[in-house]
Write a protein of this length. Sequence first.
Length: 267
Amino acid sequence: MKPITDAEFAQFQRFIFDNAGITMAVAKKALVTGRLSKRLAAHGLETFGEYFKLLSSGQHPGEVQMAVDLLTTNETYFFREIKHFEFMRTQVLAARSRQQPYRIWSAASSTGEEAYSMAMVLADCMQTTPWEILGTDISTKVIDGARRALYSMERGRHIPPEYLRRFCRKGQGEYDGHLLVDRALRSKVSFRQVNLNTALPELGQFDMVFLRNVMIYFNNDTKREVVARVISTIKPGGYFCIGHSESLNDISSAVQMVAPSIYQKPV
């Protein structure tokens, strides 16, 4: 297998931008090489240019999705950026006397830790009030992993001890060193593949949406388009949480900041 050339890397920069809206820096060349090399080997190809031609032929949609999966997967963990979950808890407690379901969307749910963290908070707080959580991601591979809900104990190191006891099962035998999210909690969380860089399917309206640590991969034009789509699904008075390293400055005026990285849609 020949090393990836600058011209070939540029082809994959365009590929991931066209398919996921992600602007890939030159520093990611090693990542592209590492993650796609096995796919070249699987097809008996010598160059990354040949693999790009295969992806561009229109004859291998499954392979295109596999390449997108490999190039967009990012590691996460339970209760990442805890202040968002503390804020969510206050909003959930204030809403638990109502009759209609409280709905939250984890819009870049990766392998599911964020969505299940939300579910633990809601299961703890909501009593008899109905609630729903939707987790979506562009990668079908991570969505499949989220549905399995099996994680290394290291990924769960920030789960509060009480939640760990109530909502997780400790793996045994071949699953030693892992945790499994409880079946009852899993049943309250649904996952589906959604590409935020295209028109959204019908998802309904949400009381709160998390879109965290994703916009850093988009250019400003893509950020504006994605944020506008996501905000359109938030109910008036609902909340939008982004990553602490991200900002909506010059991106959207449709929501108002109420705390760092937390915005509210006007009523």
